[in-house]
Design a protein around this ligand. Structure first.
Ligand code: NAD
Length: 457
């Protein structure tokens, strides 16, 4: 067994069972059997839809309890879990339930002297590995798509945040899915990772997490070749042009780095500001960053909660110290909160560095915390070069009154998603996923869903 901690005060909130090697093997074999001999891949799409809608409703029925649990386990503000994580989790099941027939529709092509049928099939057994920053939501993205496509699954949450996924297990059980279709195991990546990802009985792996672990998984899976979806890290750039609505750009940029304590793969951890408005932007941005209210996520007034763990906070501190040494100018934060009420939690102040250069590690590496660097540019060619100057290519945001120009810039940016005058909108209808070391494959939308199928001609 393993203890689960509330990061707002370091207290133990639960004990979770940890899967043994044998249990991991059993989870794989039960998913294999349910796929090869069970009904799930073969039931009518209408029936499959019914099960998915039941899961969606089950999440909504327990929404308040799930939101509270998610906040207790991750520290994120209750407003975020109540209005984003939990309802979006239910909506994803609903979306793929309602669209699976349309997405799975077969195509026929009349050829010279032949007719071709293009048929979408499930891959088989899908291993789904998810991180701790959106424990329930990312699990639901993967589960809803994998199940709608007809796969059976083994899902592994992060051992830091297994609680809402374990509640989801009960909801799935109540929905009455056939035995063996969904297998959830709680285990650390170090012990379970290779066992799950190198196993020949597994047909696909959908992974969301760090680029470092993603590379290991690609290695494990290479032993017998599997379908992979890799949603990895990021160092995304927010670009503020001189004609931007300044208030919108400042508020949007604050949200793009300090939401969920900056622990977002799409965090805009680099803000590139046109020199004409650089000073004004920085003054407004820092003023508001300093006023962000830190606290226990369960308090409705809280705007930023604690980091997920002491180890994560240590990592953030290391990056901050390195940035200072490398000559970045610290404008606010950069330290553990000195509020005595927050002493026991893993809190860290919203941190802003200015005058950051591309060669500095704070510009290049993913911190995964409330730390942002601001840099200046003077023309559009320069900003494209700066934005594209990292190994990652996940997302970007452009703030400008000239949307035609913003579209043109977007077409030159290395990023799987470009937001214009908004940030962080995820929709079940459209795909999401990065390039370069941010990974490959998509989640959501028709295109993401089809990743969970194989195409037979
Ligand atoms: P992580 O890579 O440490 O862990 C992710 C998951 O992988 C966890 O379940 C963990 O237990 C498991 N894991 C660890 N070692 C493993 C191994 N050797 N084999 C198999 N599985 C293993 O990431 P994290 O710290 O939980 O999350 C933060 C990272 O996730 C950041 O890099 C962030 O950018 C990324 N992320 C990406 C997206 C995206 O969509 N691109 C979304 C959210 C988070």
């Amino acid at each position: 067994r393993q203890v689960v901690i509330n990061p707002a005060n370091g207290e133990v909130i639960a004990e979770a069972a940890v899967a043994s090697k044998d249990e991991i093997g059993f989870a794989i074999s039960s998913a294999r059997e349910a796929f090869d001999a069970g009904s799930w891949p073969r039931i009518s799409l209408e029936e499959r839809k019914g099960f998915l809608l039941k899961i969606s409703q089950g999440i909504l029925d327990k929404a308040q309890e799930l939101a509270r649990l998610e906040t207790l386990n991750t520290g994120k503000p209750i407003k975020e879990s109540t209005f984003m994580d939990i309802p979006s989790s239910a909506k994803t099941f609903e979306h793929f339930a309602n669209h699976l027939e349309e997405y799975l529709k077969e195509e026929t092509k009349d050829l010279e002297n032949a007719r071709s049928r293009l048929v979408r099939e499930p891959h088989g057994v899908a291993v789904l590995i998810v991180p701790w920053n959106y424990p329930l939501l990312i699990a639901c993205w993967k589960l809803a798509q994998a199940l709608a496509a007809g796969n059976t699954v083994v899902l592994k949450p992060s051992s830091l945040t297994p609680l809402t996924v374990l509640e989801l297990a009960k909801i799935i059980q109540e929905a009455g899915l056939p035995k063996g279709v969904v297998n959830i195991i709680n285990a650390s990546g170090d012990t379970a990772g290779e066992l799950l990802c190198a196993d020949k009985r597994v047909d696909m792996i959908s992974f969301t997490g760090s680029s470092a672990v993603g590379k290991k998984i690609i290695g494990y899976s290479s032993k017998n070749v599997k379908k992979l979806i890799m949603e990895l890290g990021g160092k995304s750039a927010g670009i503020v042009l001189k004609d931007a609505d300044l208030e919108l750009a400042i508020n949007g940029s604050l949200c793009s780095i300090f939401l969920n304590q900056g622990q977002m793969c799409t965090a805009m951890s680099r803000i590139l500001v046109e020199d004409d408005i650089y000073d004004k932007f920085i003054a407004g941005f820092v003023d508001k960053a300093k006023r962000i209210k830190l606290g226990d996520g369960l308090n409705y007034e809280t705007q930023m909660g604690p980091l997920i763990s002491e180890a994560q906070r240590e990592k953030v501190i290391e990056y901050v110290e390195k940035a200072k040494k490398e000559g970045a100018k610290l404008l606010c934060g950069g330290k553990i909160s000195d509020n005595p009420e927050l002493k026991k939690g893993f809190f860290f102040e919203p941190t802003v560095f200015a005058d950051v250069l591309p060669k500095m590690s704070i510009f290049q590496e993913e911190v995964f915390g409330p730390v942002v660097c601001v840099s200046k540019f003077s023309h559009t060619d320069e900003v494209i070069k700066l934005a594209n100057a990292t190994d990652f290519a996940l997302a970007c945001a452009i703030w400008s009154a000239d949307t035609a120009l913003a579209q043109k810039l977007a077409s030159r940016l290395n990023a799987g998603a470009c937001w214009i005058n908004t940030y962080g909108m995820f929709h079940n209808e459209v795909p999401y996923g990065g390039f370069k070391q941010s990974g490959f494959g998509k989640e959501l939308g028709r295109e993401g869903f089809l990743e969970y199928t194989r195409l037979k001609n």
